[in-house]
Design a protein around this ligand. Sequence first.
Ligand SMILES: *Cc1c(COP(=O)(O)O)cnc(C)c1O
Length: 386
Amino acid sequence: MIPYGKQEITQQDIDAVVDVLKSDFLTQGPQVPLFEQSIKFAVDAEHALAVNSATSALHIACLALGVGKGDVVWTTPITFVASANCALYCEADIDFVDIDPSTYNLSAENLKKKLQHAKENNLSLPKVVIPVHLCGQPCEMDKIHALGQEYGFAIIEDASHAIGGKYKGNPIGNCEYSDITVFSFHPVKIVTTAEGGVATTNSKELAAKLDLLRSHGITRDSSLMVNDSHGGWYYEQVDLGFNYRMTEMQAALGVSQMSRLHDFVAKRNALAARYDELLKGLPLITPYQIEDSYSGRHLYVIRLKINEITITHKECFEQLREKGIGVNLHYIPVHTQPYYKGLGLVFSQLDEAESYYKDAISIPLFHAMTEAQQDEVIKVIKEVLV
Ligand SMILES: *Cc1c(COP(=O)(O)O)cnc(C)c1O
């Protein structure tokens, strides 16, 4: 089976992890700051805080921005559940903004309409909006940011798919249009630390809050303490935090992987361009890219032209799997999940998201994929569709 995504681990990666195992620190040592440094450098942000997953990063990002009971967070329905769960962890409510039919990202236009509608009808405005750069393609952050200024919401970019990408010439994660950006380093993502996440920000205050929240709300920094130090052993718990720390082994793997970020993303883009070319003329839509952007190309999603083929979406998916192509579907619209239906919230019409779910398929794309593997994927798609 050719998988839809797969990590690439080199001897250099293995050596980096083994070196940590032989060192004095398995956690809270020098590797995490080095990994954070590599992210800051790559994405041009002032602060980078590593944690044990993007899910944890999203959780503490919401808390750092003051999300709590009575607040509402808006995100896209076409995302992994974690982008929405983070609001529920903070006891806030969640709502969804429908996607753009060409990019499949949270639509800035629909966001504007939904904000206007909420304002006119005295409904809750969002405290935080979480745009997700689906497949690595950036959302229209300039427009979303302008709406944030107008309606007073904060922005967390869920860039779990997007490290190494660019928006209007700047690296995704530099937070030019957001308060905090979150990255994931799960093995299917572009760069991996096995499990891991990072939050970037340009705000010193937010960075300090994120730092506290990832480690029990405990500080050893006297400027953050309430009392005078009792002695060399002294620390204070000044907030209710968690243990969301990344280990040294994970961070060392991350540092080693980050040295190949540019190569990973360039290779993904070359493979994506090859798919664009070789899938032409088939009854499917290849990914549209907005102007002035460079996608990290985490995923390659095709949309079947159901009216032009004789099999169903499900049949196509299953035949591809049977023939050894490890396709997947990103994602089941979050608002249709039983847990979300059970919340008793009323979500807006999400027609574009629901129609996306009826014809989208993620086909294999990963850094180490060979052209021969890619040719096999294309050959099988042709067999199944025509
Ligand atoms: C993978 C992913 C997450 C969660 O990442 P973890 O590191 O596995 O917690 C969140 N949002 C999106 C869009 C993702 O793809």
